[in-house]
Design a protein around this ligand. Structure first.
Ligand SMILES: C[S@@+](CC[C@H](N)C(=O)[O-])C[C@H]1O[C@@H](n2cnc3c(N)ncnc32)[C@H](O)[C@@H]1O
Length: 224
């Protein structure tokens, strides 16, 4: 597991699952699943499904006749997702190890990307590909810095959460930490912003839902 994303998430799979399913997060996931306008019998793909925290919300909307496919690169996270599927006894939910930037399916009714576009080297290309394969809606659930008058006060804390581990040698510890967190936050904001702008240009019937004082948003639309 040499890829930094896979080794990071692989090491902290249990911790990530606890955060991903923390009280309060379910509300964001419900909003994201609702933004897809799924109907019973639909097929929905989640790109970068992690431990499968969105799967219950997607399965609930497509029902027993629909299909849910979770795609992720990181094996230990997929194992948690598979355990979730097995525990629930869902026969129409599958998870596969694959690259979301080279989707393993050619078409689906809807596509969800949840806290993943900020990790992709070319988020615009990925979102264009996801829009091309969706017959229905595409939704992106992400965290970014906040523009909210109160939320913005906590942007440095958000930066610390996002960027604790980025390298910046040859500086004092406090300066290094400030630069790291700011750069990590700005990098995330830029990638998520690019993904959202691409979705906006590819889609009609766009919707925007904001949570957590502007730190978390769901952007969705129907590809033209
Ligand atoms: C922050 S987690 C989000 C997991 C899940 N979507 C959620 O909402 O809890 C990001 C996930 O994206 C996955 N990931 C990152 N780049 C990927 C890629 N190119 N293809 C597939 N999965 C990817 C990581 O392995 C990780 O599971």
């Amino acid at each position: 597991m040499s890829d930094p994303i896979q080794s990071f998430y692989g090491r902290y799979a249990d911790l990530y699952d606890a955060i991903a399913t923390a009280p309060g997060v379910a509300r964001w996931r419900r909003t994201a699943a609702d933004a897809l306008d799924l109907s019973p019998g639909d097929t929905v793909v989640e790109m970068g499904c992690g431990t499968g925290a969105n799967l219950p919300f997607l399965r609930e909307r497509v029902g027993s006749r629909g299909t849910v496919l979770g795609v992720d690169l990181t094996r230990p996270l997929l194992e948690r997702a598979q355990e979730r599927v097995d525990r629930a006894g869902w026969e129409n939910v599958a998870v596969v190890q694959a690259d979301a930037t080279r989707p393993p399916v050619a078409c689906a009714d809807a596509v969800l990307g949840s806290f993943v576009v900020g990790m992709l080297p070319d988020p615009a290309e990925a979102v264009r590909d996801w829009c091309a394969l969706a017959d229905g809606r595409v939704a992106l659930l992400d965290g970014t810095s906040s523009d909210h008058p109160v939320g913005a006060l906590a942007n440095p804390l958000f930066g610390a959460f996002v960027g604790g581990g980025a390298p910046a040698d040859g500086l004092s510890a406090s300066v290094r930490q400030a630069l790291q967190t700011r750069a990590a936050r700005e990098g995330l904001d830029e990638r998520v912003g690019t993904a959202r702008a691409t979705l906006a240009s590819e889609c009609v019937d766009r919707r925007y839902d904001e949570h957590a004082l502007g730190f978390v948003s769901v952007v969705s639309g129907r590809p033209r």
